[in-house]
Design a protein around this ligand. Structure first.
Ligand code: EPZ
Length: 431
């Protein structure tokens, strides 16, 4: 199981390398099986979620080689089945991307319903709307398996009722091998949506407009192999930016695309941080107490919902009162209870948290409720007075590679322990 034991109070200082984007990698791994040629992908993050996705495509016969920790070679021609159903795939959200890719290539797919962080109801009605518009028939089998099949897929004009990253990605994949033209209106514009479109186009797809709210796809009969490098992880980068701000540190975050971080940088400047940008790095310096501000999460290029918990932790230490409004998911403030136990003064009213800055957090035993909230609570513990223990870290390890090591290399006193004995040893060493 594992826990993190943390001794707070040290500013984080130094350099950190950002890995490949988890949410791009999950979509790209699903899309990789749409060809029968070999696909070689670099800058693949080594995280629980991406490794589960690799196991899922192996489970239907694809051969997967790992020439290095961050590269993968996939041989999809060996695929013999189209049913994705096992315990581990039920845990991750992105399992449903295999609906879009299998349906696009084989015109049939049977996939377990998506799991993922419990931050809201997370329906998939827009995915179903898109697949149906392309000519597929979907129904739920007992046990929850979603069965999707089509005699053929035909392009259509699809208007998403809500800006959905997953639905945009899933429909894009299915439409890329449909007959004729598909237009997706009100499409999501996140960097990982664009990365998937670029990946599919490198395989011979014909997708235009990704990154805008109108994506146009001319279906093709076949997709060919490719070699591709995944973009850096916007949210991992943002997490370290906020960690620098909250611990009054000075961190240079390397291997990033600064444009993807603009909304986060802008907020940190409002809070009194200095931001220095270069071509592929962002340096965050926070020497004085943070100032309050207001944050509202929005689809890209707005402030990312996946950065909401981290930002709330930092604002919880800022001077004055801040308001954080979560407009994407309906239940993404669960971590506030844990943070309150560390001394935070936050009141959740509907979709907003009213945050009254306190001078410090105090170490406590806390539990990670989901991936990004877990990372945020680690940041809180790194600022806190005394020792903290963060439990349920499997959520954090789903989307952050070597999280504790990267924080240790920045001067953070954090260790992953598997026993009370090791926890005690850490506390004695850092007393
Ligand atoms: C993706 O989730 C990400 N996950 C999430 O990141 C991220 O928070 C989210 O996009 C928003 O950016 C992956 O990429 C694996 P949505 P997704 O469809 O696709 C509603 C992380 O921490 N909606 O954009 O599930 C939905 O309920 C994770 O890495 C419908 O109503 O998000 C939500 O309110 C957490 N019907 C809103 O749209 C649908 O059919 C946005 O959801 C689909 C979505």
């Amino acid at each position: 199981m594992g826990k993190y034991v943390i001794k707070g109070g040290n500013p984080l200082v130094g350099e950190v390398e950002i890995g490949g984007a988890k949410n791009a990698a999950l979509a790209i791994l699903a899309a990789a099986i749409m060809t029968d040629d070999v696909v070689f992908i670099e800058n693949m993050p080594d995280e629980a979620d991406t490794n589960v996705m690799l196991q899922a495509i192996e489970s239907i016969g694809a051969i997967v080689e790992r020439p290095s920790r961050h590269s993968v070679r996939i041989h999809p021609s060996h695929i013999t089945g189209y049913t994705i159903d096992n315990d581990y795939i039920r845990k991750i959200r992105a399992s449903y991307y295999l609906l879009g890719s299998l349906l696009g290539k084989y015109k049939k797919a049977r996939v377990v319903p998506p799991g993922g962080c419990t931050i809201g109801l997370r329906p998939i009605d827009q995915h179903i709307k898109g697949f149906t518009a392309l000519g597929a028939e979907l129904h739920n089998e007992e046990g929850g398996i979603i069965d999707a099949r089509a005699d053929k897929l035909e392009g259509n004009h699809i208007y998403l009722d809500v800006v959905s990253v997953g639905a945009t990605i899933n429909i894009m994949m299915a439409a890329s091998m449909a007959e004729g033209k598909t237009i997706i209106e009100n499409a999501a514009k996140e960097p990982h949506v664009v990365d998937l479109a670029n990946f599919l186009n490198s395989m011979g797809a014909d997708i235009k407009g990704a990154g805008t709210d109108v994506v146009k796809i001319n279906g093709v009969k076949k997709l060919h192999g490719t070699e591709y490098t995944i973009i850096p992880d916007q949210i991992e980068a943002g997490t370290f930016m906020v960690a620098a701000a909250a611990t009054k540190g000075d961190i240079t975050i390397k291997n990033v695309i600064p444009k993807h971080l603009e909304s986060i940088s802008a907020k940190l400047v409002e809070m009194g941080c200095q931001i220095h940008e270069s071509d592929d790095a962002v340096r965050v310096v926070a020497t004085k107490r943070l100032q309050n501000t207001h944050v509202k999460t929005l689809p890209y290029p707005g402030f990312p919902t996946d950065m909401q918990p981290q930002m709330t932790v930092a604002l919880g230490l800022a001077s004055g009162i801040s308001i954080v409004t979560e407009s994407i998911f309906e239940n993404r403030f669960k971590y506030v209870n844990e943070l309150t136990r560390m001394g935070a003064c936050i009141k959740v009213e509907g979709s907003s948290a009213i945050v009254e800055g306190v001078d410090k957090y105090t170490g406590a035993t806390i539990s990670a409720p989901d991936l990004r909230a877990g990372a945020a609570l680690v940041i809180a513990a790194l600022t806190a007075e005394g020792f903290s223990t963060v439990e349920d870290i499997m959520y954090i390890e789903r989307g952050y590679e070597d999280f504790d090591k990267k924080l240790r290399d920045l001067g953070g006193h954090i260790e992953k322990v598997d026993s009370e004995y090791d926890a005690t040893k850490f506390k004695l060493k850092n007393a």
